[in-house]
Design a protein around this ligand. Structure first.
Ligand code: SAM
Ligand code: SF4
Length: 341
């Protein structure tokens, strides 16, 4: 059994954030809260989770200082996420602080969209470039079943506001679950064409807090591409820097589709991601079983150099890839909303 062994060597003390497999981490997901106003069935239980106490969450100043260090280490793009990032009070102020720390950063946000109708404009003015809005059904009743919130109209209003604020191109994240919404993939593609969205279909991953994930509910991305391609012929855009394999419509219609095949076609070999949780743990993989703490050293006077060295170590210790498809797979203790997807 080829279980992961941490490297015995030390990371390089300069240059890009490298791991022992030669991958460079330059894309950071920053979770700004573990809280959420939805209860998606594939993520969180109906009663929610035990939220972190406020004093355990990094402050705006702490998050911004860490971001500055990540940028000095070569991070070029960030995704603000959560939990639901828009429930963090005064988010536009944080985004403007991030923009100051990284004027050249590509900065986007993943959100459930419910508060975007009032936040899109202030976020765009604060320096956010784009949004990805999660939407798992275009049918109000089914949307409510999957998110446990009757909120599809609010999400549509949020999407309109994002468009008006110029937070474009808009991406849509749609988690596809067998027996729930897989019959909607062609409707999503038609919707993408109508509004110019890039809809990314995500395979259901074993990161739900309820541990209800079953392999039988994973809809292979290949099937999704084939089903859409039969109705709207697709042209592959080839590999890009995203985990999604992207396709445009052969007839030149606006928008496009992408598939994130984390389970059936893992893309670990080219992964350039790194994650910071809301309470300051750095994780080198969604499925990592270890994380390194930045908050305690940050709060007890560590220098930027010392914090950078912890980040370098976390990346250096990144494993070759997740083990979802191995018999020894262990689901991480943190579920998706506590990591920052
Ligand atoms: N609350 C925001 C949202 O839902 O967009 C951002 C955080 S959420 C954890 C990030 C992404 O992870 C969302 O697109 C969500 O649909 C997706 N996600 C959550 N649980 C998942 C699971 N078990 N498998 C695959 N994707 C999941
Ligand atoms: Fe909240 Fe996003 Fe998880 Fe849904 S997927 S419960 S919106 S964190």
């Amino acid at each position: 059994m080829d279980t992961w062994q941490p490297p015995q060597t030390a990371p390089p003390s300069e240059g890009p954030l490298l791991d022992t497999f030669g991958r460079v981490a330059d894309d950071l997901r920053i979770s700004v809260t573990d809280r959420c106003n939805f209860r998606c069935v594939f993520c969180m239980p109906a009663e929610g989770l035990k939220w972190l106490p406020k004093d355990e969450i990094l402050t705006f100043e702490e998050l911004t200082r860490l971001l500055g260090i990540f940028v000095s280490l070569g991070v070029r793009s960030i995704k603000v996420t959560g939990g639901e990032p828009t429930v963090r009070a005064d988010l536009p102020t944080l985004v403007s602080m991030f923009r100051e720390a990284g004027p050249e950063l590509d900065m986007s946000m993943t959100t459930n969209g419910i508060l975007l109708d009032r936040l899109a404009e202030p976020l765009a003015l604060a320096g956010l470039d784009r949004v990805t809005v999660s939407c798992h059904s275009l049918m109000p009743h089914r949307f409510e079943g999957m998110t446990r919130r009757d909120a599809l109209d609010k999400v549509f209003a949020g999407l309109r506001a994002a468009e008006e604020a110029g937070l474009t191109p808009i991406k849509i994240n749609c988690v596809v679950i067998g027996g729930e919404n897989q019959d909607e993939v062609v409707d999503f593609a038609a919707w993408a064409r109508r509004f110019g969205y890039v809809v990314r279909f995500i395979e259901y991953m074993p990161l739900d807090a309820d541990h209800a994930w079953e392999r039988a509910k994973v809809v292979p991305s290949r099937q999704i591409v084939d089903a859409i391609g039969r109705v709207f012929p697709l042209v592959s855009e080839g590999p890009d820097h995203e985990p999604a394999a992207s396709y445009r419509f052969a007839d030149g219609a606006p928008g496009g589709i992408g598939v994130i095949a984390s389970v059936t076609e893992p893309f670990c070999e080219t992964c350039n991601r790194l994650r910071l949780t809301a309470e300051g743990q750095v994780r080198s993989c969604l499925f990592a079983l270890e994380e390194l703490d930045l908050r305690e050293p940050l709060r007890s006077g560590a220098t930027d150099g010392e914090l950078a060295s912890i980040i370098r170590t976390a990346v250096w210790r990144k494993w070759s890839g997740h083990r979802i498809n191995h018999p020894d797979f262990v689901q991480p203790e943190r579920s998706m909303s506590m990591i920052g997807g």
